[in-house]
Design a protein around this ligand. Structure first.
Ligand SMILES: Cc1cc2nc3c(=O)[nH]c(=O)nc-3n(C[C@H](O)[C@H](O)[C@H](O)COP(=O)(O)OP(=O)(O)OC[C@H]3O[C@@H](n4cnc5c(N)ncnc54)[C@H](O)[C@@H]3O)c2cc1C
Length: 339
């Protein structure tokens, strides 16, 4: 019989488990219920007792590695913690969030335990066996994988499962002692852009995409890039949406054209860009060509604003298309949100 372990870690505040961790717990619970297998949740956190309260009634054994050494993401301490939890739980299947913290260490942990690992897992199915799905070739081919080798580590993509809720309670924690190697890395601080400068927000409900139209000549024969930048940034601040871009728009920077200074290639959505997951998407001044729209595979409801009534969006790629001037629509929308 399989023994399932879900590895979790605290978020940046250190006071709560990360959203991806809570999503992995849901996946673990579903898998354990289907296989009738025991479930253990392993917690890596500076103060496991407080972060574990959200899982007190999760119906799983709770193991924890706790202490100041685990407050920060660091390869040596995180790998030792995960290895210790896997050995204590005697796990045959290990689920973990595909966070930067765990992605960095999990291949090494798998190697230490002589196991196998699959990453970017989007679903776990199968009747009596375990079948996991993941996408290949820029989200064009979905594969179903099985393995006989154990322990089998599965890193789950964020947004593929609902975060566990309603499981709060007094946690019964079993502390796992870990012998740390010499720690050569000390994290002395974090430098990150201010929240309102950070335009890529994976947890946002809405993806707002800007296309090259924002920097094209408008009916008055002029470009209005500064106005476009202001409209977009005001909308992002007010709505908390994540900012995506078409390739044409981010490429313009290299050609010395009038560009939106807050966009980089990291914002690019599509075949040669990102494939983010959001409940809704709003595309503006973008033609909706296939190499762009392929990046919208995991966007729930799609809307677009384009001047072109024959654009790709109107030909079946969006749920709703507004054939309208995006400058005017976004101006009005910002006024409505401000109210
Ligand atoms: C191998 C390959 C890979 C690619 N990968 C990607 C990728 O990953 N991502 C990507 O995005 N593209 C990718 N492309 C490019 C893609 O094919 C398109 O060229 C690109 O998406 C077009 O960007 P756009 O719609 O912003 O610009 P345009 O095609 O120039 O369209 C601009 C649109 O804005 C509209 N517009 C102008 N002013 C207004 C206004 N005031 N209000 C409303 N609408 C207005 C116009 O009507 C027009 O429809 C790739 C291409 C290739 C060949």
């Amino acid at each position: 019989m399989e023994t399932i372990l879900v590895l979790t870690h605290a978020d940046e505040t250190g006071a709560a488990l990360s959203k991806g961790s809570l999503e992995a717990v849901t996946a673990g619970k579903e898998l354990a219920a289907r296989l009738g297998a025991p479930l253990t949740i392993g917690i890596v956190s500076a103060n496991a007792a407080s972060t574990a309260s959200v899982l007190g009634n999760a119906g799983a054994k709770l193991f924890a590695v706790s202490g100041e050494a685990f407050a920060q993401a660091r390869y040596a301490s995180d790998a030792a913690a995960c290895e210790g939890l896997c050995r204590a739980a005697n796990a045959t299947v290990v689920l973990a969030p595909q966070s930067s913290r765990f992605s960095r260490v999990m291949a090494g942990v798998t190697h230490r335990l002589g196991g196998a690992i699959d990453t970017h897992v989007t679903g776990i199915g199968g009747a009596e066996s375990i079948e996991v799905t993941r996408w290949f070739y820029r989200q064009r081919i979905e594969a179903v994988l099985t393995r006989t080798g154990r322990p089998w580590f599965l890193l789950l993509d964020s947004g593929t499962h609902a975060a566990i809720s309603g499981a709060e309670g007094e946690p019964k924690l079993e502390m796992v002692a870990v012998e740390l190697p010499a720690l050569r890395t000390q994290v002395t601080g974090l430098r990150a852009p201010k929240q309102d400068e950070q335009t890529i927000r994976p947890d946002a409900k809405l993806l707002f995409v800007a296309g090259a139209g924002w920097t094209k000549k408008q009916p008055d024969g002029q470009v209005h890039t500064a106005e476009a930048g202001e409209l977009i940034l005001n909308f992002l601040r007010a709505s908390g949406a994540s900012l995506g871009s078409s390739k044409s728009l981010v490429d313009q920077g290299g050609e010395g054209n009038s560009v939106l200074p807050f966009l980089t290639h990291l914002n690019q959505v599509g075949q040669t860009g990102a494939t983010p997951r959001h409940a809704k998407g709003l595309s503006t001044c973008c033609h909706g060509e296939e190499p762009h729209v392929v990046g919208w595979r995991f966007i729930g409801e799609r809307r677009a604003i384009s001047l072109d009534p024959n654009c790709g969006w109107t030909r079946g790629k969006a749920d709703v298309v507004y054939v309208a001037d995006a400058f005017r629509v976004m101006e009005k929308l910002n006024q409505l949100i401000a109210k």
